[in-house]
Design a binder for this molecule. Sequence first.
Ligand code: FE
Length: 344
Amino acid sequence: MIRTLTGVMFGAAVAAATLATGTGVASAAEEVNIYSLRQPFLIEPLLKAFTEKTGIKTNVVFAKEGVVERMKAEGANSPADVILTVDIGRLNDAVEAGVIQPVKSKTLEANIPASFRDPEGRWFALTQRARLIYTSKERVKPGEITSYEDLADPKWKDRICTRSGKHDYNVALLAAMIAHHGEAKAEEWLKGLKSNLATKPKGGDRDQVKAVKQGECDVAIGNSYYYGAMLSNPEQKPWADAVDLVFPTIGGTKGTHVNVSGVALTRSAPNRDNGVKLIEFLSSDQAQEIYAEANNEYPVNPTVKWSPMLESWGRFTPDDTQLTAIAELRSAAVKMVDRVGYDG
Ligand code: FE
């Protein structure tokens, strides 16, 4: 599903810009073209701030999926300069499809810690999202569950709800478990977790928290920002109010599994310099604060202040497993989910 933000057809706007360049006339309007798998409510305030700061116009195509396929089909003629997406897996897919180009930038190197960017500059993480355990305030005591490993303990039989094991978020978590424990132990863990499920995996992360509220289960797995989203939604607030947040540890470390959202410069980028400017802007304090305010995501830029909402959930230690290692273990994780019949 692709739709344009402005009334102007995206392709037409790009064609006009190409024409202006083709006649040797300097392009009247500086612009940058974005393919975004991230939602309008989050991206629009960021792009507005970027345009206010730089005068560069933004054209954005919002999509739910298929961006890499679209870019492959468009090839060298793709109008996209920048892609915005969630999940290390999808960033990695874009790299492997050959549709992006590396960026070398002192600004990006200063703003984004090395563990949150590709060593070759082919992708940059912009926000962190922690994968949390949500526990029933009524039926689970604080401290009863502290690690992802605990989820496989038979004491939780028929008490846990999760979304599909094949969703990117759970695939990355399982990949992190494989990184810490090796395949055999991770598979044992996944079997244990499956046997503790109260129902077949279905719905999204928030549906699992709703199920806790409704008494269908006592423990759920979900990303951190959904807690903020539920608190600010009158229908969903009772779900959030019914649970405590646990920042689980992994592999006997102090770390909690985190995934990222991120950005990459396309190989075809007709407005390369503006694309780089946009990526640099998204790593700035101003943009990182917008991510935290609009969607309760953690900044990757360590100098950025956390929003009061994020602070109220408490500080935590992110697992330091390299994101590239998690990306590499994703296919092993997906196969494991099938072997275990997790969704069945
Ligand atoms: Fe999400």
